[in-house]
Design a protein around this ligand. Sequence first.
Ligand code: MSP
Length: 618
Amino acid sequence: MEKVFYITTPIYYVNAEPHLGHAYTTVVADFLARWHRLDGYQTFFLTGTDEHGETVFRAAERAGEDPKAFVDRVSERFRRAWELLGIAYDDFIRTTEERHKKVVQYVLQKVYEAGDIYYGEYEGLYCVSCERFYTEKELVEGLCPIHGRPVERRKEGNYFFRMEKYREWLLGYLEDHPDLIRPEGYRNEVLAMLAEPIGDLSISRPKARVPWGIPLPWDEDHVTYVWFDALLNYVSALGYPEGERFKTFWPHAWHLIGKDILKPHAVFWPTMLKAAGIPMYRHLNVGGFLLGPDGRKMSKTLGNVVDPFSLAERYGRDAVRYYLLREIPYGQDTPVSEAALRTRYQADLADDLGNLVQRTRAMLFRFAEGRIPKPVAGEELAQGTELAGRLRGLVRELKFHLALEEVMAYVKALNRYINEKRPWELYKEDKEAAQAVLYRVVEGLRIASILLTPAMPEKMAELRRALGLKEAARLEEAETWGLAEPLPLPEEAPVLFPKEAKASKESEEKMEQIGIEDFAKVELRVAEVVAAEKHPNADKLLVLRLSLGKEERTVVSGIAQWYRPEELVGKKVVLVANLKPAKLRGIESQGMILAAQEGEALALVTVEGEVPPGAVVK
Ligand code: MSP
């Protein structure tokens, strides 16, 4: 078998901040990548951000930012989140990159020339305020789910991809490859989708309505539909069509996704690949949802998100990784909470694993001169060397929670072994016997730490240092008993999982706090609205004329949904006065005004009392 592994996460929309739901899939991908690297696979791990399309474009508008500046900023937040969780990706793709656009246009042209793309008319239900189409199902009592206003039937010229043409082929492929989509429940869902006509797929939007996207190579007035664009990231990042990486890794591709994006990955993507003459991916692995405390899918819109930054700061990144992998049976919807994380942290990490390391170290200093005792031949503890093989099977079947459970059960067994053998008593009669007990425990810990490295890379490196062991280099080292060398232990070693989880030094440094001097860089001033009107080219934007006493400014703001121009005149608002000017739909905005937003509610920050326009806010 060729030992090559390619793992991908969905590329995340940059319209929202990363939350624990996004982090989960990325942690699973990182675990798999590290697992395979350790097991000697040539591995490539891809993640990135999805930056085109209507939703992102509207989010930028709402933020009152130029779309490019907006996507740059939010994409960076994802990178930072992954850094904080110790995600070691090999490549981070952004769909606004040239290398990606080129591939999208190449594939479009190819499919177009093959006759699988045609021009037609799309008819649907359109909300004028959202500037988007809705399906019947998405409406709430027949009204726009956001604005509660009636939608209208509208037609729009779109290009269509002949997806229906490939339905039979795809059904056949799924029948021949029963493990393509996993877990099986999701495969059955897809088979049900394919039992009826799937229709053709609209793959373009008129530029006049959605200017933010990749132009079709043969018709500049249309941009590519965000899914046709986004899915291609999986091959564009590998340098398709000619790249060496593409040739090496593509045949071994494992996609990880959440169940809400099953159809694009299980129906759009395979038919696109087929039409473009690209071989199929190897596995589509579908995860369930992380549920908030209210039992609903964790999402920004529902306001029930858990922030991975803050958890990682307080419990350490590896504890968050361990919790997600240990707690969630892959594929199933699972409630998550800080309380559950705390319980795992205390019981599994602090009491079982951390404590075992502490007491082992203490005993090595007392009964073995602070070094790993000499190897004792042939006395393996509880078949530790068989664990790796079992875990390989569990990981291949995506049963990460059971894999970790097995290792932790072994850790418990090591604790029990010490309790039974009582080396502190044994030492009085038979020094060597006591040392042999300790050697077996160290060996057990050496094996457990290798197997736990993909889940907790940093902590396991720390654990090994604390016991004078070398770094974990190969999974195979967990399959041989007796590799621990008789080396001295370091005098000092930090407690692995402190009982009172506090922010570690390192994460304190990484905490996103700013100093007063950073804040002082932002120049906030009171500004009075002297005139306001609708933006001529965008329904969501207002153009405001602001007085700062000595000078006037024009500011474009995405608040048209919440304020009528006439009600703004006379209000004293807060202006970020030293923001770089940016052009928004053709009008230069000289600064930005502050507003508070939560979900769909928005209110401008206004100033009460007698301060003149131009006054400094600090
Ligand atoms: N941009 C598309 C994916 C394009 S892939 C070619 C997208 N982005 S997303 O940011 O909205 O979602 C990305 C992934 O995060 C999805 O797989 C989604 O299922 C996952 N999750 C978002 N919230 C989640 C939970 N609460 N729980 C688990 N995963 C969730 O869709």
